[in-house]
Write a protein that binds this ligand. Structure first.
Ligand SMILES: [Zn+2]
Length: 352
């Protein structure tokens, strides 16, 4: 049998960015732009439940591969390799591949996977994009701050997102403090970036992977000079809870106020007794909590799924389970329905 004719490598964009930066929103915007391409997406969630995968709309099931319960840069790197091989080996491969690694992933390790002998001739890394939350980036601390900054140092393209939440002075300060003057920067809100600026840019610079400043902070990490592997499950702990019974919004809002600050990022799909036919989407990033209501459940069975990420041993999972359980509508003393407005509901958590 004749060997298959080698086809042109498939371009791939890595959509990195720290927890809650707005990667999934940007990905949705990109997929649903007018591009005429068959784009395959690889979506990675650190926790056991892949919420991001459920928030993506407009991608045929066959073109979306969900990688959950680990981080594609370390613990489930093999899964990433297998998924990418599966895409390129198809009889009818996609025109373009976009990967959304988990918010704690190191884009360098992700990029290196695509340079392995099995993939390097079949995939062309087009760019590493880093999405930045304009409001929260400067508020990150310790290992979180370092990891978020590290993602920026290797980005070929930086998207400063959520600029509607900050002043022009704050954006200028962010750039001055954290960005190289040479970095290509796009400022936006709600991930609205023109697709031409994001895909097929040819901006990937392999030299950057080698010249990145040495890692200086290794909080709870096993890495060392001759053992560069690190495992994000040691730096972060994932939490998840799900429930088929509807929750009371009023109780939930009360519960969210008690969420520990160490729980940096949480998100969820909410089944609310107050509005059971629509899917609620909960986003918690730093101190900001946002709830938006979708039009429907998109054909899925209504159920609440909440996931979160915090430092190891920084939260009590059993206590959190009990907290959410107490929000069940059937456990409320008297049902006082909360009025849900058509727009997004947003409020702030208590600051430290
Ligand atoms: Zn990792």
């Amino acid at each position: 049998m004749m060997p298959a004719k080698p086809s042109a490598p498939i371009p791939l964009t890595i959509l990195s960015g720290f927890l809650g930066a707005g990667k999934t929103t940007l990905l949705n915007h990109l997929i649903n732009s007018d591009h005429g391409l068959r784009i395959a997406v690889l979506v990675n969630d650190f926790g056991a439940i892949n919420i991001d995968a459920q928030l993506i709309v407009g991608v045929p099931t066959a073109e979306q591969i969900n990688l959950a319960n680990g981080c594609v840069c370390c613990t489930i790197r093999g899964d990433l390799l297998r998924a990418a091989l599966q895409l390129v080996e198809r009889a009818d491969p996609p025109d373009y591949i976009v990967i959304e690694p988990s918010g704690v992933s190191d884009p360098v390790s992700v990029a290196q996977t695509f340079q392995l002998p099995e993939l390097r001739d079949r995939i062309r890394l087009d760019a590493i994009v880093a999405v930045v939350d304009a409001e929260q980036f400067g508020q990150l601390e310790g290992a979180n701050a370092y990891m978020a900054y590290e993602q920026l140092t290797v980005a070929d393209l930086i998207v400063i997102n959520k600029i509607d939440l900050v002043t022009p002075e704050q954006i200028a300060a962010l750039k001055r403090k954290w960005l190289y003057p040479t970095a290509r920067v796009i400022e936006t809100s709600f991930g609205r970036v023109p697709i031409d600026l994001l895909l097929d840019t040819g901006r990937f610079d392999p030299a950057k992977l080698l010249t990145r400043p040495t890692r200086e902070v290794h909080v709870h990490e096993r890495s060392g000079a001759d053992h560069p592997h690190h495992d994000h499950s040691l730096t972060f702990s994932a939490y998840s809870w799900q429930c088929a019974a509807p929750l009371s919004l009023k109780a939930l809002k009360r519960a969210l106020r008690q969420l520990p600050n160490t729980f940096y990022r949480a998100k969820g799909l909410l089944y609310l007794a107050d509005d059971p036919t629509r899917r609620g989407v909960l986003q918690i990033v730093g101190t900001r909590i946002t709830l938006t209501m979708d039009d429907s459940w998109h054909g899925a069975e209504p159920r609440t799924q909440i996931v979160g990420i915090g430092a190891p041993n920084s939260f009590d999972a059993a206590a959190l389970d009990a907290l959410w359980e107490s929000c069940r509508a059937d456990r409320q003393p008297a049902s006082i329905a909360e009025q849900i407005l058509s727009g997004a509901l947003t409020w702030l958590r208590h600051k430290r």
